[in-house]
Design a protein around this ligand. Structure first.
Ligand code: TMP
Length: 254
């Protein structure tokens, strides 16, 4: 069988040319990295779980009118997505102090923020993805002011929807990172959610115990990393117990 053309290889995913023009195949790896690639490792089964978790969350967001690049899951590790022109800005939404925000401002981890905070980082490995302001983004032409308004509004809608969804299964959405892209259809351009939404890109804490259920378990050597990703999938009702077709609805927590 002819090997597909690889478009891009990232830390956790590979993008291949898709079967139709304007499509890509997104392959989820088990590889994990943190601290600008200084820490690397493998989280067994992560790719399979993130493929399913991201499929589920992108589909639910699509159902409530958030445009995404997601088309359909192809198999255990691959999904078909629309090819978009990625905006070189990572959008982080925070509800509770954690990670780099806790460090930067000396706000104890776990402190609820007075309101949700949206931050932007310029996507550049060489520069270590520096935090940037809206001024930098528009002045350097990474996105127009109108695009940035749309991105901010979509990011807050995603936060509202996902916070509620996770709350329903006993998980607090502490913070998360999104990427957006430009999707061209005929002569029209739309901003759509791209990349993935998974425990790699979110901080998820158990509501009762505050136990971390995300990549911080890998970053901070907390152990039980695979189990945490599995538990998120299980609560979402998408952990296949009797094979890939055994799909259940979300397990609502009391
Ligand atoms: P931070 O607190 O390290 O800035 O991370 C904020 C959120 O963004 C957290 O949910 C993890 C996610 N994130 C990524 O998805 N990729 C990254 O490279 C970084 C640094 C954070």
């Amino acid at each position: 069988m002819a090997r597909r053309r690889q478009i891009f290889e990232g830390k956790a995913k590979v993008l291949f040319e898709g079967p139709e023009p304007g499509t890509l195949v997104q392959y989820f790896k088990d590889d994990a990295s943190a601290f600008k690639n200084k820490k690397t490792g493998v989280i067994t089964g992560k790719g399979v779980l993130n493929n399913r978790i991201s499929e589920y969350l992108m589909t639910r967001l699509g159902d409530v009118g958030v445009p995404t690049h997601f088309m359909r899951r192809l198999n255990m590790r691959e999904q078909l997505v629309r090819e978009v022109e990625i905006i070189p800005v990572e959008v982080v939404v925070r509800n509770i102090s954690a990670g780099s925000l806790a460090k930067r401002f000396g706000v104890a981890e776990g402190t609820p923020l007075p309101r949700s905070i949206v931050e932007y980082c310029y996507k550049s490995h060489e520069l270590d993805d520096p935090l940037v302001s809206e001024e930098h983004i528009t002045a350097f032409g990474w996105a127009t002011p109108q695009e940035l308004d749309e991105i901010m509004s979509l990011a807050l809608r995603v936060n509202d929807f996902l916070s509620g969804l996770f709350l329903g299964i006993g998980i607090r959405l502490v913070d998360f990172r999104l990427e957006f892209g430009r999707l061209w259809e005929d002569d029209q351009m739309r901003i759509v959610l791209a990349d993935e939404i998974s425990p790699d890109s979110c901080r998820l804490w158990d509501i009762k115990t505050n136990e971390k259920m995300d990549k911080d378990r890998f970053r901070r050597d907390l152990g039980k990393v695979e189990e945490a990703y599995q538990e998120v999938a299980r609560r979402l009702g998408i952990l296949p117990e009797g094979g890939p077709r055994d799909m259940k609805g979300p397990a609502v927590m009391q």
